[in-house]
Design a protein. Structure first.
Lengths: 255, 332, 329
């Protein structure tokens, strides 16, 4: 867990300005003055990596907020209400699921423009479906359990049952899904930047860095390598975070 | 123990529809879980409801508490028909009607402490606050035989028997007058079962609680009930005072049921012969015509496959739904 | 009556994160040819684990049979190789489990599951095996056997599935059948059907049975000799009559007293055994029943678990009971 926390907070520090260009020092190999080298415009890779981290993380986190904000209530309401409501909502979810993600994102971009907030929203809007499904599945199975029936028998209102019984007990898999979703969102952002509809320059994000560096991959592999490694490490970090969180929240493991 | 009727069930039917269809779910058949059941329970008494799986006894319990809304029929509690009340109207009444479940592992929220579990009904109904709240929780814990220091423990830290006590504590928190005990000891070890039975007995005496005791364990039911009702495939086949039923069971199903229960005594067992019913319990979706028991009944005769027997009063509060009683109607 | 199976000083432990669970400690019992014995006890007493140890079905890790011998027809089963053991399982000794839902393979028809055993152990050809499968199904009371062998387990009710298990168990004419709580998951009337069927078949074929259960009634009806287990050990053993009419261990006495009986006048209050079953990782020193025992005296903490004969064939591990105790019935 410590590794995870560390990985998240380190990217917040950095000495260099990210956009500063040092035209004298183009395409340098990693050296002591520029720890990870420079890119084709002379910018320090190390700095860009860390600023990029901020961006990428922001994308990841906020996208997931959108995902939870939409997916959780829809899934929960659908499952709790049951019957025709559930049916209708799930058909809608299925339709959304079938929709090709990229097309939807392009559509949203066309409507909302290219700001970074658009990216959060766009990624979030295509990913909430999985959370909704998962939440619904969890709640449907929990609904049957005796302790929920007990709550109904004592006259608990629906709101209470969902908030205090159903949701807390379904958190486990949801946390895992959401924490995995963060690196996946980052990945998605990287892909978007790669095809050019992601974060606009000069703001660095790991995705844009890979994009920009790809053209020079044989001459200067460090431009692609470091962001890629960074993404990998982040994904690992979040995996541990997810596991750790899930275990921490399980009362059975408390001694 | 007064003579006042606390609960009365009239012509209760609970059919669960089986649907199919993609958008509009059409009902193509129904599981007849309860098919026209009527009985009453007096204040302070324990009515044992026995039968095997699929007979509908658990559903009866849930229908009384309106956890399922009956398809048809009335559930009268202190004279009020619960079926006609909305959920909101029911809420205050729920304080008086409680339930204890079978599975001590499933019936408690694993994320709640013991205090949360017992306190939840208190919070929902806004009964007590602050220090009174804690006091009440500890009181109830004490009543069920758990120590007050266990208040902050989680269910997984208790044993099966202790969890069942927690479940009972939860039911008691609101000082109910009626509790549906749905197989409360089946999931417990034999040596713990007796503890819980004694507890339930004591509680009844001390707080004048009325029980509907649902179980498939005939020996236990005999111990704790005042009257016993036997169900088969959604119908009541026999109701009688406890001693009467066990001494002189009239319905062939009751007789088979009792003979199937082995008695812990080899000498006695060597003398007994077991009535072995042929076949399996039919599906409640398509129950047999006439008397639902007739395909397996070793005493079936002429009218059984066609005419549905009604629950008849044989005298002394003994009711049977069988063509053999009061006198077999032979058609020559 | 010659002895078919003899378990001697069996100990099986489970090595877990929380400690070593001593599921079975120094347990010995035997079954004669054609006899039905019962292992009685509550959950966690070790009866199932001891039976699984006989067939070496204990997952290793975390389990391990740490001591003892299982003598079957002159051979120690614990010393056999995996291949040799496979020859025994299903053919010489077979087992019926508690949960009919999970003991049958859901993707194979029951006919196939039956023929599998026959082909493996008896080398039958498919066609012969199928005929035999049908015959066995009829024997255990499955109606319309010729058609039903083509059905899958989920087409059968719980009681029927147990019959299928029984058919599988007897298919190779085993000498011993271990029935582990065969009727716990079914209703009383089905239980009666199944147990009567098991008795009829085993009497006809002369098969020995180890009946594992917590139901004292079933034991009284079907077993000739009884072994009472508590906390991984045998606390009392003897002929059924003796155990029920003259129990000599406080646990046995407690159990019998706490179960309401249909044939006796109703007691006003049941006499439960106070307390909780013991922790098998840290079992009590001395007699493991001591903390819950109403007859305990100072020597109980030190005395071991020696089984002492108090009457012909009747042994108890209770130091107090050997000398003075009589139940009050």
């Amino acid at each position: 867990m410590l590794v995870a926390l560390g990985a998240i907070f380190i990217p917040l520090f950095s000495p260099y300005g990210y956009a500063k260009q040092n035209l004298d020092a183009l395409l340098q190999e990693p050296s002591w003055s520029h720890l990870l080298g420079t890119d084709e415009l002379g910018r320090d890779v190390f700095t860009r990596l860390f600023y990029g981290a901020r961006t990428s993380l922001a994308v990841g986190l906020f996208a997931q907020f959108v995902v939870i904000a939409i997916g959780l209530p829809i899934g929960a309401i659908s499952a709790y209400a049951g019957g025709r409501t559930d049916n209708m909502i799930m058909r809608f979810v299925d339709v959304m699921f079938a929709f090709p993600d990229i097309l939807l994102i392009i559509l949203i971009r066309a409507i909302l423009g290219g700001s970074i907030y658009m990216i959060f929203l766009a990624i979030g809007l295509v990913a909430w479906v999985n959370v909704a499904r998962l939440v619904r599945g969890q709640i449907l199975s929990l609904k049957q359990r005796d302790f929920v029936t007990a709550a109904r028998a004592m006259g608990a209102p629906g709101r209470h049952i969902v908030l205090r019984h159903l949701l807390p007990n379904s958190l486990g898999p949801i946390i895992v899904l959401v924490t995995f979703g963060i690196p996946r969102a980052i990945f998605a952002e990287a892909a978007l930047s790669y095809i050019g509809i992601g974060i606009p320059p000069p703001t660095p994000s790991w995705g844009t860095m890979i994009r920009d560096g790809y053209d020079l991959i044989f001459a200067a592999p460090h431009l692609v390598l470091f962001p890629a490694i960074a993404i990998g490490i982040l994904m690992l970090a979040f995996t541990f975070l997810g596991d750790g969180l899930r275990d921490a929240l399980d009362p059975r493991l408390r001694r | 123990m007064g003579d006042k009727t606390l609960i009365e069930i009239k012509n209760l039917k609970m059919y669960f529809p089986i649907t199919s269809g993609l958008f509009l779910q059409k009902s193509i058949a129904a599981v007849k879980a309860i098919d026209d059941v009527s009985f009453s329970i007096r204040k302070g008494e324990t009515l044992g409801l026995v039968g095997e799986s699929g007979c509908g006894k658990t559903t009866v319990g849930k229908c009384i508490l309106q956890l399922y809304r009956p398809t048809h029929g009335e559930v009268l509690f202190e004279g009020n028909n619960l079926c006609q009340l909305s959920n909101k109207q029911l809420r205050p009444l729920r304080q008086k009607l409680q339930v204890i479940f079978q599975d001590p592992y499933e019936s408690l929220n694993p994320r709640f402490t013991a205090a949360d579990i017992i306190g939840e009904p208190l919070k929902i109904h806004g009964i007590v606050r602050g220090r009174e709240y804690r006091k009440r929780i500890e009181e109830v814990l004490d009543i069920v035989g758990l120590a007050p220091y266990m208040v902050n423990r989680y269910p997984h830290e208790f044993s099966g028997g202790q969890r069942q006590r927690l479940g009972i504590a939860r039911a008691l928190a609101l000082q109910p007058s009626f509790i549906v005990c749905d197989e409360p000891i089946s999931a417990l070890d034999v040596s713990i079962q007796a503890q819980i039975i004694n507890l339930l007995d004591d509680l009844q005496r001390e707080f004048d609680i009325t029980y509907l005791f649902i179980s498939h364990d005939l020996s236990v039911v005999r111990h704790i009930s005042n009257r016993v009702a036997v169900m088969y495939l959604g119908k009541l086949v026999e109701v009688a005072d406890r001693d009467e039923l066990y001494k002189a069971p009239l319905h062939p199903y009751t007789q088979a049921l009792l003979s199937a229960v082995p008695i812990p005594d080899p000498a006695v067992e060597a003398q007994r012969s077991v009535i072995v019913l042929k076949g399996e319990v039919p599906s409640p979706i398509n129950p047999p015509s006439g008397c639902v028991f007739h395909p397996r009944c070793y005493k079936a005769f002429e009218p059984c496959p066609t005419v549905v027997p009604q629950l008849e009063d044989i005298g002394d509060g003994h009711y049977v739904a069988c063509h053999l009683y009061p006198t077999p109607q032979y058609e020559v | 009556m010659s002895t078919l199976l003899q378990v001697r000083n069996l100990s099986t432990y489970f090595y877990t994160q929380d400690g070593v669970v001593k599921a079975v400690q120094d347990v010995s019992y035997e079954v004669a040819k054609g006899e039905t014995i019962a292992l009685v006890g509550e959950s966690g007493c070790g009866k199932t684990v001891s039976a699984l140890s006989i067939l070496r079905l204990i997952p290793e890790p975390p389990g391990k049979i740490v001591a003892g011998q299982v003598m079957f027809d002159g051979t120690d089963l614990l010393k056999l190789s995996k291949g040799e053991m496979q020859q025994i399982r299903g053919a010489k000794i077979s087992m019926i489990f508690q949960e009919p839902m999970t003991s049958l393979n859901p993707v194979l028809t029951i006919g196939r599951q039956l023929t599998e055993t026959l082909e493996f152990h008896q080398g039958m050809k498919r066609k012969d095996a199928l005929n035999e499968a049908i015959r066995l199904s009829k024997l255990v009371g499955i109606p319309h056997a010729e058609h039903r062998v083509k059905d899958y387990p989920h087409h059968f009710s719980g009681g029927m599935r147990q019959r299928v298990m029984m058919a599988m168990a007897i298919s190779c004419q085993p000498q011993l059948i271990i029935a582990d709580e065969p009727t716990t998951a079914v209703d009383v009337t089905i239980q009666a059907q199944l147990l009567e069927m098991i008795r009829d078949i085993t009497n006809t074929l002369g098969t020995s049975v180890i009946l594992i259960t917590h139901n004292l009634g079933i034991v009284a009806r079907y077993a000739q000799r009884v072994y009472v287990m508590y906390a991984g050990r045998i606390v009392e053993q003897g002929p059924a009559q003796a155990i029920y009419h003259d129990p000599r261990h406080p646990y046995t006495i407690g159990l019998l007293a706490s179960v309401p009986r249909l044939d006796e006048p109703r007691k006003v209050r049941l006499a439960p055994i106070e307390g909780q079953p013991p922790d098998l990782i840290f079992p009590p020193v001395g007699c493991s029943f001591c903390p819950r025992c109403s007859q305990a005296n100072s020597s109980c903490q030190e005395n071991g678990h020696e089984l002492v004969e108090v009457a012909p064939g009747h042994f108890t591990a209770c130091g107090v009971a050997c000398k003075e105790l009589r139940h009050g019935r």
